[in-house]
Design a protein around this ligand. Structure first.
Ligand SMILES: [Ca+2]
Ligand SMILES: [Ca+2]
Length: 338
């Protein structure tokens, strides 16, 4: 028999919680935080209101708009994944700093417009960041490089940028060297802020959709692990100085058919020494010969069976970082429907 949760609910009208208010209340197993606009906490670390609170699940209520500064600062007992819901507009400074007990995904809701300095610093248990904030403010440089919300000891390796995100804040993942694999910017994004992915040396591939019009200063600077950069725009996004600074010289830039000269003439993009045209408009055309047929199916099989293929980089049709039968099916579907 499972015992019921020993629950502490903070009601929605609470506007202030004092130092150490619930500290050491180790018998609780769940905190439901419904305070819509609670004031910032003034105490953190060992005098935080919830430090030493039980081995606990955290639920942030549907109406919460403000996560107080220092909210769970230093509270290592909270476990499981964490969802910042769609009602939340602001996450205070150092709100979850040192919350190393959380694991799995951290999801940032679509209305979050501001994330305070070091909000998730030291959250070393997450493996995935799902960022749905549509129009989040730029992350500010406070005193050093480690002041950004995710920049120190935030150890997730995968980032998913939601389909409604319009701008990637400046300094978004600056210095987060642990993120691996492909970075796919969704088609909702128009602006990539300055230094957004600077020093993200773990990424091996970047995909930029045609919707992006501005790539900020140093946005992909020092992304030294890149082996391919794919830009789907038939017009290159306006790239500010150092946008691709120190991207490896042997990292090819793939662009849509008929656009390589435009990219060669565009500032910053011209820094890529190898620009290769591909039929990017039709990803199912795996071998990029402008028709989708049995040869593309064979090419997909080669990739799945790990046989020699020149087109391996383009076999992940659905951009989920895996090449498998789902991608093969997409090619077959395309042939059947055209
Ligand atoms: Ca083909
Ligand atoms: Ca795939």
């Amino acid at each position: 028999m499972q015992l019921p949760h020993r629950l502490l609910t903070i009601p929605n009208s609470v506007t202030e919680i004092g130092s150490s208010a619930f500290s050491g209340c180790s018998g609780f197993s769940k905190l439901v935080f419904n305070a819509t606009n609670c004031g910032d906490f003034t105490s953190f670390s060992s005098s935080n209101p919830f430090v030493g609170f039980g081995g606990a699940e955290l639920v942030i209520g549907n109406g919460v708009q403000h996560i107080p500064s220092y909210f769970l600062n230093g509270c290592t007992n909270f476990t499981g994944s964490l969802t910042i819901g769609n009602s939340v507009a602001e996450i205070g400074i150092q709100a979850f700093m040192g919350c190393s007990g959380f694991t799995g995904s951290l999801t940032i809701g679509n209305s979050v417009a501001e994330i305070g300095i070091q909000a998730f610093m030291g959250c070393s248990g997450f493996n995935k960041l799902v960022f749905n904030a549509t129009n989040c403010d730029d992350f500010k440089l406070e005193y050093n490089f480690y002041s950004y919300p995710f920049s120190k000891n935030f150890t997730a390796t995968e980032v998913v940028i939601g389909d409604n995100v319009q701008r990637i804040p400046a300094n978004f993942l600056y210095g987060c060297t642990n993120f691996m694999g492909s970075l796919t910017i969704p088609e909702s994004v128009a602006t990539i802020g300055s230094s957004a992915f600077k020093n993200c040396s773990g990424f091996t591939a970047v995909r930029i959709p045609g919707t992006v019009t501005i790539i900020g200063n140093s946005a992909f600077g020092e992304c030294t692990g890149l082996t391919k950069f794919i830009s789907y725009g038939t017009t290159p996004a306006s790239a500010e100085p150092y946008a691709f600074n120190n991207v490896p010289t042997d990292c090819p830039l793939y662009v849509p058919t008929g656009t390589s000269q435009t990219y060669q003439g565009a500032s910053e993009w011209s820094g890529f020494s190898t620009i290769i045209e591909r039929n990017l408009a039709v990803p199912e055309d795996v071998n990029s010969d402008n028709t989708v047929d049995i040869n593309d199916v064979n090419e997909m099989l080669n990739c799945i069976l790990e046989r020699q293929s020149d087109n391996r980089d383009f076999a992940d049709i659905n951009s989920d970082d895996k090449v498998n039968v789902i991608d093969l099916n997409e090619v077959i579907e395309y042939i059947l429907n055209h």
